[in-house]
Design a protein around this ligand. Sequence first.
Ligand code: ATP
Length: 307
Amino acid sequence: MIEVRDLVYEYPSGRALWGVSLDIPPQTITALVGPNGAGKTTLLRCLAALEPPYRGEVTIDGLNSRARPREIHEKLGYLPDFYGLYDDLSVRRSLTYAAWAHGIKPDAAGAAAEKAASRVGLGDRMEQKASELSRGLRQRLAIGQAIVHSPKVLLLDEPAAGLDPAARKELSALLLSLRDSGMTIVVSSHILAELEDYCSEMIVLDKGRVAGGKPIKVREIERPRYLIELASPRSDLGEFLKGNGGIDVIEANEMHALFTFTHNPGARAKLVRDLVNAGFEVARFAESDRALEEAYFAQVGKTGVAA
Ligand code: ATP
């Protein structure tokens, strides 16, 4: 649904994206994570066909962003990190106005507004002014505005920022229901702990590049995940683990590996023994209940490029 090939983007002050390539399948939720200044907002704006690539190609549902940006805008919803709401407009009027802005004909705009309101759980607040809504509900209204034209692709820049834990849980549920209704969603976030609730893939962006060269699968695996950390680098860590029966390597580099393995203590003890016998300096071997965070920190800083 979303294809990016060797995307380079430059601001007058310097290059922000250095040859990003991605494939995002339809009806998935992909998390875009990375340190401040990594290029997440720039990448989302390029995906939204708001910025033409300096080099490379962005294709959304078969449409090239350079050649057909307006058609992409019809298929796509984008929620920027700083979005504006008209405080004096009611939920109904905000959504109706957004429908017009997205090119929906006036006679269909009312129905589109009602549908968007019910999808984001604001159906019973249609006459309430935006200024009277809590932060979580304002966020929902902003998402409602972004989906009022029933886009195939939804891009959200930091939608969870500033929300309390309950509102963040509600946001996760909302994103899952939008995905189930057929949308392909990309969401940038700094809140790693909750991404696992709703994302199928995680893209770590670091200094304008995809860290590790590819997205990380966020698998729903029942088997426990383990983290190994070495005291000194060994480039064959991932290969060594892959050669060991029953291990599924999620992520590996020369210092860390994240993988699934059996609960069996004997098998785990044997693995540690094998690693030590093979000369790996094992500094940590632990079950990981924060797999995404571990994978993130294993990736960030690996690009080895100065900012
Ligand atoms: P954050 O997590 O802080 O929002 P980000 O990952 O979204 O960061 P971007 O905002 O895309 O990162 O910024 C990537 C790089 O491009 C940074 O070095 C930033 O300073 C630069 N940059 C972003 N916007 C502009 C702009 N309008 N003009 C010039 N440089 C910019």
